[in-house]
Design a binder for this molecule. Structure first.
Ligand code: TK8
Length: 338
């Protein structure tokens, strides 16, 4: 009898230990996913969709905690946290990655693409893959590109109807040399600054203006601190979903697949959502009191012409091969449409 009791007790201990081991195995992997915009934004909505997909596909074993409004830091700070392994995931502008991977500057070329279709073809095709793959050696894994969108100009000084109207306007740009050079070339007083500091800088008049897609002007409430909006569509800006390579390398093939599949779903959702929102956002911004103007075709052409002066510098930076490959691909895409 005592021996039986002992046996049962021993078995109990063994089962408890086994249970603990199992619990360890199924303890969810917690992935912190940082982003710069508000939760109520196209970025926030797509992060939530991604989180749902990951949770579903992993049977709850992988959990995404989306952390918006740059609470984990600016794009540049989060990139460093990913490289160091202190944070698992983020989404941010490719433009802020140029200091790490110079090829990313190709996406900053003013007026590179004419429409979203061309952007999708470049980003999701072999060129986009190739540029993305350059991140690996820097400690980052790029999963997919999302749409930030065509950028437009806002400021608080005056309606920009002519190129000369930009003279002396203190304009916040992303922390990126192409943007800095582009807006200096246009005559603005360009100041690089993280997005996370932008609202306050506009509010306190540290800067007069900024440039971002309609969606962001709306979701970040820039209409509260900016009066004039000029439709320039001067560049198409992608976002990129990143994973810390240190973290990625520790995942099983199945876990990597869960993240990759969910990332693709989030990309398709995000682009559709962003485009639908962008189509309505301009009217909303007007309703919020922004004074909107379109450039005359002649002024738009002058601006475009002036901006192409930065192209040679971009080509030199990203390498002539990549530059030519992109131009050839665009020529092919445009010919196929006719
Ligand atoms: C958000 C930024 C933003 C970008 C910018 O973190 O900095 O102006 O357009 O979307 O990545």
């Amino acid at each position: 009898m005592t021996r039986l009791k002992t046996l049962i007790a021993a078995l109990g201990v063994a089962f408890a230990a086994h249970g603990a081991a199992l619990a360890q195995d199924i303890k969810p992997r917690l992935i912190r996913f940082g982003y710069g915009l508000q939760e109520q934004s196209n970025q926030g909505r797509a992060v939530r969709l991604f989180a749902e997909e990951v949770e579903k596909a992993s049977g709850g074993k992988m959990k995404i905690r989306g952390i918006g409004a740059a609470a984990l830091g600016s794009d540049v700070q989060m990139q460093q946290a990913l490289i160091g392994g202190a944070q698992e995931m983020m989404v941010g502008s490719t433009a802020t990655l140029v200091g790490i991977t110079k090829e990313m500057a190709i996406w900053d070329t003013p007026f590179l693409v004419n429409n979203a279709k061309e952007a999708d073809a470049l980003l999701d095709g072999p060129i986009g893959e190739k540029v993305k793959a350059r991140l690996d050696e820097k400690g980052l894994v790029g999963l997919v590109y999302w749409e930030n969108g065509f950028r437009n100009l806002t400021n608080n000084k005056r309606a920009v109807a002519r190129l000369e109207d930009l003279d002396g306007i203190k304009l916040r740009v992303m922390q990126n040399n192409v943007f800095l050079e582009s807006f200096k070339t246009l005559g603005a007083n360009a100041v690089p600054m993280p997005f996370s500091e932008l609202f306050t800088a506009l509010e306190t008049k540290t800067v007069d203006g900024q440039e971002n897609p309609y969606n962001t002007i709306l979701s970040s409430k820039f209409y509260e601190v900016q009066k004039y909006l000029t439709v320039t569509n001067h560049v198409y800006s992608p976002w990129i979903v990143l994973v810390s390579k240190k973290y990625w390398d520790g995942l099983s093939a199945a876990e990597k697949k869960v993240l990759m599949d969910a990332a693709r779903k989030s990309r398709d959702f995000e682009r559709k959502d962003t485009r639908e929102e962008a189509a309505k956002a301009l009217a909303e911004l007007k309703a919020k009191g922004m004074q909107v103007n379109e450039l005359s075709p002649a002024e738009a052409a002058r601006m475009r012409d002036r901006l192409t002066r930065v192209n040679a510098g971009i080509a030199a930076n990203v390498g002539m091969d990549l530059w030519n490959e992109v131009q050839a691909e665009l020529t092919k895409l445009r010919a196929a449409k006719r």
